[in-house]
Design a protein around this ligand. Structure first.
Ligand code: MRU
Length: 343
């Protein structure tokens, strides 16, 4: 098993090739995938080799840059890339960062002279990556002010260095709060069925030396009821105008328990995760994934193959259960207005 390393990069781009850390085999193996086309980026996103809302946006952008690199000079390049942009947007439905990143590339594509398309696609993807990294730092700065001394923090899924190009969103705040000496304990739910908490978040926290305990998902509300959690901080995949928030399945149970027992519940997310075109969470498409993710874990069958399943990958937490939204622009509360959220 590899040592958890702080320099483990989830992705990097060289002209024509995107190198992705394959998150499906972590923490047991450090394996990399080479992506040279939009189709390969699509597969990597859909099959969860890369995941986390900001990171899948950046992956898709580099997938388009690679596609442009290999097809440079072809007469139908512009149309070819338009098709790739449309296709990539379908890789996963819930995280709006994916569509947001692709929309940025589409605008650059439309404005670019033919000969400059590949270079402009790459430059825009690099800009996106850099901006997401800076957004993480700003989120962590704003979030730090909300973490009390000796905090016991509950989070879910993985929202750190493996979910973003930077230090992360919810986990980025935890890192900065730990450096400031304020974190007593981080509780990490396993996050069935992909176990992003068990495999990725504990991996990151161990490396950083942050005290943490892995718990089963269903224990989290009980832990809150015992008074052992001072605050909950989670990430987001899409936030509607009224604050309703799609995030990893299990988030809603944390929010309900936090409200019941008087614990603050924060969502930490960049503005690229806000979708102000949607009035409420009812309009957010929630991804339903394959039944085998529930019937099995990797090579191990946990139920018989004929068992019927229901596998929503995300849930929607009503905005009024959320104490505040920690963004790069500071702490926001709904209803959001488009001017406030000038992304
Ligand atoms: O299915 P995943 O692993 O892509 O889900 C990830 C989450 O739900 C994260 O909480 C969210 O994307 C925010 S990552 C900064």
């Amino acid at each position: 098993m590899p040592e958890p390393r702080g320099d483990l990069r989830p992705l990097w781009y060289e002209p024509g090739r995107l190198i992705l850390l394959d998150q499906r085999v972590l923490p047991h193996e450090e394996r990399y995938l080479e992506v040279r086309s939009a189709e390969a980026a699509f597969e990597a996103i859909r099959e969860m080799a890369v995941r986390g809302a900001p990171l899948i946006g950046v992956t898709a952008a580099y997938g388009v840059a690679a596609e442009a690199y290999w097809h440079a000079g072809e007469p139908d390049l512009r149309q070819h890339l338009q098709n790739a942009l449309r296709h990539l947007a379908e890789a996963r439905p819930t995280a709006v960062n994916l569509r947001w990143a692709l929309e940025r590339l589409r605008r650059v594509l439309e404005a670019a002279p033919d000969a400059e398309i590949p270079a402009r696609m790459e430059a825009e993807a690099r800009r996106l990556e850099q901006e997401e990294r800076e957004r993480c730092e700003a989120i962590a700065r704003h979030g730090l002010a909300l973490v009390p001394e000796g905090a016991r923090i509950l989070t879910i899924c993985n929202t750190g260095r493996l979910a973003t190009p930077g230090i992360g969103t919810a986990l980025g705040i935890i890192y900065r709060a730990f450096e400031a000496g304020r974190v007593r304990m981080v509780y990490v739910p396993e996050t069935r069925p992909w176990l992003q908490g068990a495999r990725l978040t504990t991996f990151e926290l161990s490396h950083a030396g942050v005290p943490h305990r892995l718990i089963v998902d269903s224990m989290a509300p009980y832990l809150i009821s015992l008074g052992q959690v001072d605050l909950v901080i989670v990430g987001a995949d899409r936030i509607a105008r009224n604050g309703d928030t799609a995030n990893k399945i299990g988030t809603l149970s944390l929010a309900l328990a936090a409200r019941q027992f008087g614990v603050p519940f924060y969502v930490a997310a960049p503005l690229s995760s806000f979708d102000l075109s949607l009035a409420s969470g009812r309009e957010i498409p929630v991804e339903e994934r394959a039944g085998d993710e529930v019937r099995r874990f990797q090579d191990c069958a946990t139920a018989t193959p004929e068992v019927a399943t229901l596998n929503y990958a995300f849930d929607i937490t009503p905005g009024d259960l959320i104490t505040g939204f920690i963004t790069e622009q500071g702490l926001l509360t709904p209803p959001f207005d488009t001017e406030e959220i000038a992304r």
